[in-house]
Write a protein that binds this ligand. Structure first.
Ligand SMILES: NC(=O)c1ccc[n+]([C@@H]2O[C@H](COP(=O)([O-])OP(=O)(O)OC[C@H]3O[C@@H](n4cnc5c(N)ncnc54)[C@H](O)[C@@H]3O)[C@@H](O)[C@H]2O)c1
Length: 328
């Protein structure tokens, strides 16, 4: 049985939906921070057993009751701007509580018989941001790159990755860590770049762009990320880390232009002006990383995984979702 933590968040909820489509019963835990999709009536859905809990709570009885075979940990504080304003919450969830979850998993794992031990895996979902920032010419991040986190969010995620390694090496907890690039798709919180551009555009608000808009991100559709996680649950080697990316890099300003162009076509304004007219350049974020870029050859070679969703198609679906959802 899968235990999905942070399952009401953006990627977690997409992963839960992915499992439901495959008729898989899952246990979901989330403490319902502001980032959780609370309107989604998760406890009413067949094949989901839901608990409103923190990952730092004592989850041992849940592990035991449902004979958990795989933990997929999405729970984290995730917004860089919030981490700059208040790092403490990030240190608590992404490090202190994470270690409690590692310990709980370890205590459960050590009591399993050898057959169940062989099957057990803990997938720690991390980010490419732990590697820091690249200039426009530097080669893509590989798993062997040094960590150079530049903001409190990425520093807490890097710390989590380090503890994952230590709990594998010291206590044999079978952890696999993934470092994925920027995700986009349905159910992401409106504070994040793509939902914010779409929603501000459609609501007639200014579209803020940090600095000169030249920061570059590699965007992967969340469903492609979910498929990569499933591949690693089935074929990943414990103790290893895997980069996950799409090879689709785009500067923020070009991304905004593209979203506005699609909106102009799908939802034209009455006066026929472009949504791009709402763009306003604002003071840059502190320590704003210039570029992230991911080399995913390790996971591809091991599992045969590759992305399936073309960026333009995925973006159109995402735009439609945000514009047409009732509670935007
Ligand atoms: N969004 C991205 O582009 C991206 C890219 C790479 C990696 N990641 C990683 O993927 C994971 C999920 O990211 P996301 O974008 O879905 O985040 P999110 O902020 O949308 O969701 C996080 C979820 O975790 C829950 N949560 C937070 N702290 C918790 C705690 N202590 N106990 C229980 N639940 C808790 C929240 O209520 C929320 O539902 C994170 O670890 C993040 O670092 C995200």
């Amino acid at each position: 049985m899968y235990l999905i933590t942070g399952g009401l968040g953006f990627i977690g909820l997409n992963f839960v939906n992915y499992c439901l489509k495959k008729n898989k019963k899952v246990i979901v835990i989330d403490c319902e921070t502001y980032a959780a999709n609370k309107y989604y009536k998760i406890s009413k859905i067949k094949n989901i057993i839901y608990y409103k809990k923190k990952i730092g709570d004592n989850l041992f009885p849940i592990f035991k009751k449902y004979e958990i075979s795989t933990v997929i940990n999405f729970a984290a504080e995730t917004h860089v701007d919030n981490s700059i304003k208040n790092p403490n919450k990030f240190i608590d969830s992404n490090i202190i509580q994470l270690i409690k979850l590692f310990n709980c998993s370890k205590n459960y794992y050590l009591k399993l018989n050898n057959i169940k031990k062989k099957k057990f895996k803990f997938i720690q979902i991390s980010t490419d941001e732990v590697f820091g920032s690249l200039n426009k010419k530097q080669p893509k991040f590989r798993e062997t790159n040094k960590f150079f986190p530049n903001n409190p969010y990425s520093a807490t995620k890097a710390a989590g990755d380090m503890f994952a390694r230590a709990w594998f090496k010291t206590y044999d907890l079978p952890i696999i860590t993934t470092n994925c690039s920027n995700n986009y798709g349905r159910y992401q919180n409106k504070e994040k770049l793509i939902p914010k551009i779409i929603l501000n555009s459609i609501k007639g608000k200014t579209i803020p762009i940090y600095g000169d808009g030249k920061n570059t991100r590699e965007w992967i559709h969340v469903n492609d990320h979910c498929e990569a996680i499933i591949k690693l649950i089935n074929k990943g080697i414990v103790g290893e880390t895997y980069n996950i990316g799409s090879d689709y890099e785009i500067e923020n300003i070009k991304l905004v232009k593209l979203i506005c162009k699609i909106l102009d076509e799908m939802y034209p304004k009455k006066n026929r002006s472009s949504y791009f007219d709402q763009v306003k350049f604002v003071k840059d974020r502190k320590a704003h990383d210039l570029r992230y870029s991911i080399n995913s050859s390790k996971i591809k070679k091991l599992t045969g995984w590759k992305t399936k969703i073309n960026f333009y198609d995925g973006l159109k679906d995402t735009i439609k979702f945000y514009v047409e959802q009732p509670n935007r």
